[in-house]
Write a protein that binds this ligand. Structure first.
Ligand code: R5P
Length: 302
């Protein structure tokens, strides 16, 4: 690994995104400061910076995949400690932002969880926040510091293009994912469509309305931001297959793949699942490191 620029910017790979952090530093040619992390017998987290950050712009790379509360607390400790050690500026690259789906009060009395998370991130000293495909863009306006969400949908679509799937049909499994399918279609150019999904707010059960799509004998790629339990993609996949799609793939930015989600999707007739490394997983074949490096270049010149 070659570090060219040394003192201008320091990457600190967090425990949830170590490989991604190293990749970003390598692309940018900047130094890394490692963290020592351990857990005390009672479960409390201990962190220690193994290098100097005084006077530097420090980029923390820490995703908020499960265990999300532990990863969140580590992020707070990292940011607050960096500032306490004299960092000039702290940029938090949080590839997957947990709690973004609870961005409003769906039922009376509920916590608007993402608002609390934003307050805590800011209170811990973060000066700039960078994430990927945040569930709702309007969340970014709730930050007082600069906050941006980069989309990795084009990277996913390019992966399929390289695999020879130009002209595949981009399917959104619900209306919220339509923007992702449209974005993928700019690369694949095979047309796009969407399904209507309802989720029971109490039980979490989903139902997807049958809708006729122009997909007979075609390759269909389902694009979504998150695959969690796999229910959404599995339902969309079944519909696509029942309408005569030749091959059906699932693509997502954040492969949470909770429990048996992978098997659930594959059992629905899916021919393959591709995700990015915003969350390390068995399907994380597309790296977002080049996009992170690109967005951080202004920190190098500033
Ligand atoms: C919600 O609208 C998201 O975009 C995803 O569709 C959802 O989080 C997927 O969840 P699951 O995999 O549990 O169906």
């Amino acid at each position: 690994m070659v570090y060219l620029l040394g003192r201008k910017l320091i990457v600190v790979p967090g425990p949830s995104s170590r490989n991604l952090g190293f990749k970003v530093a390598e692309i940018l040619g900047v130094n890394i400061v490692n963290l020592s992390i351990k857990f005390f017998p009672d479960g409390e987290t201990y962190i220690k910076f193994e290098g100097e950050v005084e006077g530097e712009t420090v980029v923390l790379i820490q995703s908020l995949n499960p265990p999300q509360d532990t990863h969140l607390l580590q992020l707070f400790l990292m940011a607050d400690t960096a500032k306490d050690l004299g960092a000039k500026r702290v940029v938090a690259v949080v590839p997957y932002t947990a709690y973004a789906r609870q961005d409003k009060r769906f039922l009376p009395g509920e916590a608007i969880s993402i608002n609390t998370i934003i307050k805590l991130i800011e209170a811990s000293g973060v000066d700039r926040f960078v994430t990927f495909n945040i569930h709702e863009e309007n969340i970014l306006n709730r930050f007082r510091v600069k906050a941006e969400s980069i989309s990795a949908m084009r990277l996913l679509a390019e992966y399929f293009l390289k695999e020879g799937m130009a002209n595949a049909f981009a399917l959104a499994p619900d209306q919220g994912a339509l923007r992702w399918a449209k974005e993928a279609n700019e690369i694949l150019k095979g047309g796009y469509g969407w399904l209507k999904k309802e989720r029971d707010r109490i039980t979490g059960e989903i139902s997807v309305e049958e809708k006729t799509l122009d997909i007979k004998d075609r390759t269909v790629i389902i694009f979504d931001d998150i695959i969690s339990t796999g229910g959404t993609v599995a339902a969309a996949c079944k519909i696509a297959k029942s309408q005569g799609a030749k091959k059906v793939y699932a693509a997502c930015v954040h492969p949470l793949l909770v429990g048996n989600a992978y098997e659930r999707i594959m059992n629905s007739g899916c021919d393959g699942i591709i995700g990015t490394d915003t969350i390390p997983s068995r399907v994380s074949k597309v790296s977002v490191a080049p996009l992170i490096a690109e967005v951080l270049r202004d920190e190098l010149s500033g």
